[in-house]
Design a binder for this molecule. Structure first.
Ligand code: SF4
Length: 336
């Protein structure tokens, strides 16, 4: 049985028409679920008979919050799914609002060398409702609205393309959670067919690429996906994406001590990205006891940043989050 939080507004309009109801019932249902945040039984502008029918046709199961850890500027959440699997979400408090990093799969098959999540192979894709509910539950916890969403938690979003795009439609709907598409970012490790499909989607959802290395040799060591899609092919499709969508693309670059953080590598990165409408997000690595990589020292991150900036590559250094919580993606799940 499908979950009540799993359908787009258009899918509900079709559902209601199919059962002989008016399509505006879809907006009433969405208003109850996402604006008022009430259960089906409490949506009283829908008749009792119709509510009974909805309860027959859909499950209203909610994922269960198991653990919440609070750190400086960051909350980390562990949820249990209906089948007992566990996933994580991270909420970050910024000057400009709050951003949530949601998971899109249980485990991940991409096996990035620095990633705790990748140590658990993919068990299954998340349904859209399981991603939507990470937002609903955390908003309920903080009693506030989340302003930005990044699909960059456990899992590779383009390995679960349809459910992730359905999730985006649900949270972007003005009748629903209403998070603007420019405030939503999907982060991929570089699945080229996914990027090609994504560039033809409507809307202004942002794309980020986890790059983490400026050349094939290092990238293949850090990210096995690079063996399937080399940097030259990736950069080709990135250029196509930017020219087709007219949108700036983000490159995520986790700073790993003595691995990808030298001056020479910064210059290589400049060469790779020259002329692309992009910005680079330098991310201080969250160390974990199961993986040997270390976080690059702050001065070295700044030196790397300066090289990018002085060569006209837009760059930011992500605020450091969560050294006092299990902040590495997948760490909370692994420890529990
Ligand atoms: S970094 Fe992302 S894509 Fe790579 S293993 Fe971890 S969750 Fe998967």
């Amino acid at each position: 049985m499908r979950n009540i939080y799993d359908l787009t507004l258009e899918e509900y309009e079709e559902y209601f028409l199919n059962i002989g109801e008016k399509s505006f019932r879809a907006s009433q249902l969405y208003e109850g679920l996402y604006k008022k945040r009430i259960d089906i039984d409490e949506i009283t502008n829908i008749s009792k008979e119709l509510r009974t029918k909805l309860k027959e046709d859909f499950s209203d199961y909610k994922i269960k919050l198991l653990i919440k850890q609070k750190g400086e500027g960051v909350n980390k959440y562990l949820f249990e799914l209906e089948d007992g699997n566990k996933i994580e979400s991270v909420l970050m408090f910024h000057d400009y609002g709050t951003s949530i990093c949601v998971s899109s799969q249980v485990g991940c098959n991409m096996s990035c060398a620095f990633c705790e999540s990748g140590r658990l192979k993919k068990v299954r894709n998340l349904y859209a409702y399981e991603i939507v509910q990470q937002i609903l539950q955390i908003e309920e916890d903080i009693k506030d609205r989340i302003t930005h969403v990044v699909v960059m938690g456990i899992g590779e979003p383009f390995d679960n393309y349809d459910n992730v795009m359905r999730f985006v439609k649900i949270i972007n709907s003005s009748k629903g959670i209403d998070i603007g598409s420019r405030h939503i970012t999907i982060s991929t490790c570089g699945i080229i067919p996914g990027i090609k499909k994504f560039m033809n989607e409507e809307g202004q959802v942002n794309l980020a690429i986890s790059l983490h290395a400026p050349n094939d040799e290092l990238r293949s060591k850090l990210m096995p996906i690079n063996n399937a899609y080399h940097l030259d092919e990736l950069m080709e499709v990135v250029k196509e994406y930017v020219s087709k969508t007219n949108r700036r693309i983000t490159f995520e670059y986790i700073m790993l001590e003595d691995i990808n953080d030298s001056e020479k590598q910064a210059l290589e990165l400049v060469k790779l990205l020259k002329g692309i409408n992009c910005y680079v997000n330098l991310i201080p690595y969250n160390e974990t006891e199961n993986i040997g990589f270390k976080r690059t020292k702050k001065w070295k991150i700044l030196a790397f940043y300066d090289i990018l900036k002085s060569n006209n590559i837009n760059a930011t250094i992500r605020k450091e989050f969560g050294s006092n919580v299990s902040a590495a993606c997948g760490q909370l799940r692994a420890n529990n």
